[in-house]
Design a protein around this ligand. Structure first.
Ligand SMILES: [Fe+2]
Length: 288
């Protein structure tokens, strides 16, 4: 396999590798090391049916189950379908997944490690791909903070809540998501994590807060917490930390949720079809 870093603050392209067959131990370690180093990896030109895609993902840890979500591959609750397509008057998949800056599963007690997407239909307009996925580098965002901010916030924790992103999509972006029931809210209670998480593989600190799920800094007053989070949410999405992935059919895109945040750009119309499949790897190998 060959790892070619982009001329960007994160991301590398990995070629000369077939994800449809089990990776050797050497290749598995090399992919994991490249993921920690570059944050986002793309593997172009892959041809995967659901089972090999799931098997590839499962080599990196325990897969998340989305039993409550109907948009999964038949018989495979570990594989979600992301799509704006309609078939027989029914949506094919989740149409508005990830449209806003966040990191996956930060609201869980055991946070998410890797997310892996496989691009099957990519909308294009005037020959250019639409629906890119943007990322920012949270190792660099931590390092770019003023020293007084780093020392003031050291040791503090942030409360993350699944309902924040859901309610934002419903109330501000007018999506067709239903209001969460009390049972659904109770099933995903908020969780707190260090604001500066030590990345378990790079052993360096990352800024672990995101506008999608982060509610407050527990150790500050509500008004001070709002002020600091507002600053951090602007700081962390500066161009100097950003890479935008322009999709091609057959791309597998894998990212490290500890050290990056991401945003799904919604610049395509309902008639411009997009179809991706997704597996998420829990961080249970690293965090309890
Ligand atoms: Fe996401």
């Amino acid at each position: 396999m060959k790892v070619t870093p982009s001329n960007a603050p994160l991301h590398a392209t990995v070629t000369d590798i077939d994800l449809g067959v089990p990776l050797s131990r050497t290749d598995l370690h090399a992919v994991e090391a490249a993921l920690a180093k570059h944050g986002v990896l793309s593997f172009p030109g892959q041809q995967l049916t659901p089972q090999p895609f799931k098997s590839f993902s499962a080599q990196f840890g325990e897969l998340e189950f989305n039993v409550a979500n109907k948009f999964h591959e038949p018989g495979m609750p570990e594989m979600m379908i992301l799509s704006n397509m309609i078939r027989d008057n029914q949506p094919v998949g989740m149409a508005d997944a990830g449209q806003g800056w966040h990191t996956d599963l930060s609201y869980q007690k055991v946070i998410g490690y890797a997310t892996i997407l496989y691009g099957l239909k990519i909308p294009h307009r005037d020959g250019k791909p639409l629906g890119s996925t943007e990322f920012c580098n949270m190792h660099a965002a931590y390092e770019g903070l003023p020293e007084e901010m780093k020392s003031m916030l050291e040791g503090m924790t942030v409360l993350h809540d699944f309902a924040k992103f859901w309610d934002m999509m419903r109330l501000e972006k007018g999506s067709s998501r239903q209001e969460l029931s009390a049972v659904q809210r109770a099933a995903r209670p908020p969780s707190s994590h260090p604001i500066f998480l030590t990345h378990p593989l790079t052993k360096r600190k990352v800024l672990y807060a995101n506008a999608g799920y982060s509610m407050r800094i527990n150790e500050l007053s509500p008004s001070e917490s709002d002020r600091v989070l507002d600053y951090l949410f602007k700081h962390q999405i500066q161009e100097q930390y950003k890479y935008a992935h322009a999709w091609r059919v057959g791309d597998v895109l894998m990212w490290d949720n500890f050290g990056t945040i991401h945003n799904a750009v919604a610049d395509y119309l309902p008639s411009e079809h997009r179809l991706l499949k997704r597996c998420q790897v829990a961080g249970s190998r690293f965090f309890q």
